[in-house]
Design a protein around this ligand. Sequence first.
Ligand SMILES: O=C(O)CCC(=O)C(=O)O
Ligand SMILES: [Fe+2]
Length: 254
Amino acid sequence: IRPHGAYEELCRGTRGPPRPPAPGLRCTYHTNGSPLLLLQPAKRETLGLRPFVALYHDFVSDAEAEAIKALAGPRLQRSVVASGEQQQAVEYRISKSAWLKDTADPAVAALERRIAAVTGLDVRAPYAEYLQVVNYGLGGHYEPHFDHATSRKSPLYRMNSGNRIATVMVYVSAPGVPPARCGAPPWGRPRPRLCFGGQNAALFWWNLRRSGEGDGATLHGACPVLAGDKWVANKWIHEHGQEFRRPCGTRPED
Ligand SMILES: O=C(O)CCC(=O)C(=O)O
Ligand SMILES: [Fe+2]
C-alpha cells in the first residue's frame, strides 16, 4: 500500500480542496474563436492557473452520456496502467475501460469536435489517443498518478507522437454519490457539488509545462466509489500536432 495522506483525506472529506480562491479564477462563456462554439459557448470555470485547470460545465448532453456508456459497456475490460515497458493490471487502479474511435458513433465524433474546439488542439489520431471510457464499480478507484509518462520507456511513446500534453476528462456519470460523500463544498460556492466536476462536466488540464517537462502539480486520483457506479471518459492529447497550437516556452515555470 502506497501512503497518500492528501488523497485519503480528500476522499474522506477531512481535507478541503487544494486550492484557495485566487485572482484570475472565474466563470466565463468561452468560444475560443471557434465557429462551433459561437452559438453555444462552452461554460468554462477556471479552477487553477498554475497549472492551468478548467472545468467545462454541461459539456455533454444526457443523451450523449447515455450513448457513450451504451457503446463502451460491451467492450469494457479490466483497466491497465503503464508499468515500465509493459501495460498491466494493478491494485491501485480498479476499474474497467474501453477505447472508442470517433467512427464508433456520431456521439463520439461530436464529443471529439467539441474537445478540439474548446482546447484549440489537434485531437485526431495519432495526435491524441482514442476516447477511453472508464467504469468504476463499488470500491473502484485510481490512486494518485500522473497521466503523462515519467519514463522514456513508457508504452505511451509507442504512438510516436510524444508524451501526453493534456488531459480532457468527461464526467459521464456519477449517480448515487451524494455531494457530502465527496468532501466539503469547494471555496467560494454557495451550493455543494460533487468533488470535482459533476455530471456531464469536463475537466481539462495540461500535464506538461511548455518546456515539455512533466508538471508535478498534476498528481491526481479518483476516490473510491461508495455508492452506485461511476463513468468517466478520458481524451489524452499528445505533444505532436500541437507545436503551433501550444508553442513551447523557455521559462521552466510555464
Ligand atoms: O476517474 C477519475 O476521476 C480520474 C481518472 C483518471 O485520473 C485517469 O483515468 O487517468
Ligand atoms: Fe489520471
